[in-house]
Design a protein around this ligand. Structure first.
Ligand code: ARG
Length: 461
């Protein structure tokens, strides 16, 4: 049975196209579990506070549980209503008659939708966190295997300094740890129960808001009824946190994409996560990584959409806010699937250790350490920088590297170079000498990974 809200005030039927246009049912239908659980808690409280009779309260709760089960089992199809709230109320009234019509006492769809979205966002955070944790664990395991795998790190996409693959992947561990922390922070502000704010001015019924919060597992209740129905900050925070996750996934995808080119050959993405071309039989395209990178645009678009939606809206509820759901659901679904896919893809990536090491040997990645070598022998850094710059020019011209240069050639540039220079400038030594917190020495990376996993263990997931 459809609840016809217009029957009281309106003389005229709603225009058929306007009615379809106004309805949010086609996209808010997925809020049904939250909406029904919210109504159950609300009715339990109404009964306990004597606002409706205990008998009606019980009848409504039993019926709502039945509706929840029927929808979940596919026995009841969500259709023919303005939105999910009106659908549930309509079915309840059809099944219960008079008692069903009491469910909306001391409530408005404005606080109802605020509650539903908060419940949805809390659950979304609870789903995203373990996916992030799984990805962190995969990354940490691969990083640990490669604490000795030397590779070149880049700035400006130009070879910069030697690090290890373990150190490199650990950078992503840090990013995804921050992402969980961001979600946890956002959770605190989402975990606040808005029901009881009603349309915007609360209600004169003797309601017990804390009881509803307790029944629904919320930590506290909102403190201003106007704010409670106008606020979508928590939602924007979640979408922003998802955008940040996607940015990290996108940068990692980009690395995997160019690392697996024949030019780089640092990594190979498994066939399970690749596609081929419809025309070029030789192609192995990194589609999953490319699509993660591409979907990042969509998620960032959701953030923009929400910000533009809320910008300039007067308090309190406005129908514009109904348009917040596409962005929210799409953002959460996309982020969750990208996290899962990245984890699967990453666990099957084959890293090409010889190619990575070879890459570090090219491009004079030892140059900074060569300058530091002279500084340690007493030269000012700027002077050392100039000397090494000249040496690199010489090496390029004569097709030499720091490894193939003779001691005499070193000394031609500075008498401060001693026999220990070759050893000091070996990639292994350069890396081993960087032991401070966050540095690439194998011992430091192992220590930092251990600390990261400990930090992960302490986070609520
Ligand atoms: N369908 C609405 C939404 O998604 C629910 C709140 C409607 N309130 C109202 N007064 N029209 O935001």
């Amino acid at each position: 049975m459809e609840v016809k809200l217009t029957q009281g005030i309106f003389d005229k039927e709603q225009n058929i196209e306007a009615k379809a246009f106004i309805s949010s049912l086609s996209f808010d239908n997925r809020l049904y579990p939250y909406d029904i659980r919210g109504s159950i808690a609300h009715c339990a409280m109404l009964g306990e506070c004597g606002i409706i009779s205990p008998a009606d309260s019980q009848k409504i709760i039993t019926s709502l549980n039945g509706i929840l089960e029927d929808i979940t089992l596919g026995k009841l199809v969500i259709k023919d209503a303005d939105d999910i709230h009106m659908f549930v109320e309509g079915v309840l009234t059809a099944r219960l008659g008079e008692a069903g019509k009491r469910v909306h006492t001391a409530r408005s769809r404005n606080d109802q939708i605020a509650l539903d979205i908060r419940m949805y966002c809390k659950e979304a955070i609870t789903t995203l966190r373990p996916s992030l944790a799984a990805l962190i664990k995969t990354l940490a395991a691969i990083a640990l295997e490669h604490v000795n795998t030397v590779m070149a790190a880049y700035t400006h996409m130009q070879k910069a300094q030697p690090v290890t693959l373990g150190h490199y992947l650990s950078a992503y561990v840090q990013m995804f740890l921050r992402d969980i922390e961001r979600l946890n922070d956002c959770y605190k502000r989402t975990d606040v129960m808005p029901l009881g704010s009603c349309a915007l001015a609360s209600t004169s019924y003797p309601i017990d808001r804390e009881r509803v919060a307790e029944l629904l597992g919320f930590s506290s209740v909102t403190q201003n009824s106007i704010d409670a129905v106008s606020d979508r900050d928590f939602q924007i925070e979640l979408v922003s946190a998802c955008t940040q996750i996607m940015l990290h996934l996108s940068r990692m995808s980009e690395e995997l994409i160019y690392w697996s080119t024949s030019e780089f050959g640092y990594a190979e993405i498994s066939e399970g996560y690749s596609s081929t071309s419809s025309i070029m039989p030789q192609k192995k395209n990194p589609d999953v990584a490319e699509l993660i990178r591409g979907k990042t645009g969509r998620v960032a678009g959701s953030l923009t959409a929400l910000i533009m939606l809320m910008k300039g809206l007067p308090l309190a509820y406005n129908s514009d806010m109904q348009e917040d759901k596409h962005a929210l659901f799409d953002c959460v679904d996309t982020t969750e699937s990208c996290l899962k896919l990245m984890n699967g893809m990453l666990s099957e990536v084959k890293f090409n250790v010889p190619a990575l090491t070879k890459g570090a040997k090219q491009g004079f990645t030892q140059a900074t350490d060569a300058a530091d070598y002279l500084v340690k022998k007493g030269l000012p850094f700027r002077t050392a920088h100039e000397i090494i710059g000249k040496m690199v020019r010489y090496m390029i011209k004569n097709k030499k590297t720091f490894e193939t240069l003779s001691l005499n050639e070193y000394r031609d540039f500075s008498p401060l170079f001693d026999a220990d220079v070759q050893e000091a400038l070996s990639l292994k030594q350069i890396i081993a000498s960087r032991v401070s917190v966050g540095a690439p020495a194998p011992s430091a990376v192992k220590r930092e990974l251990k600390a990261a996993l400990k930090r992960l263990d302490k986070l609520s997931l």
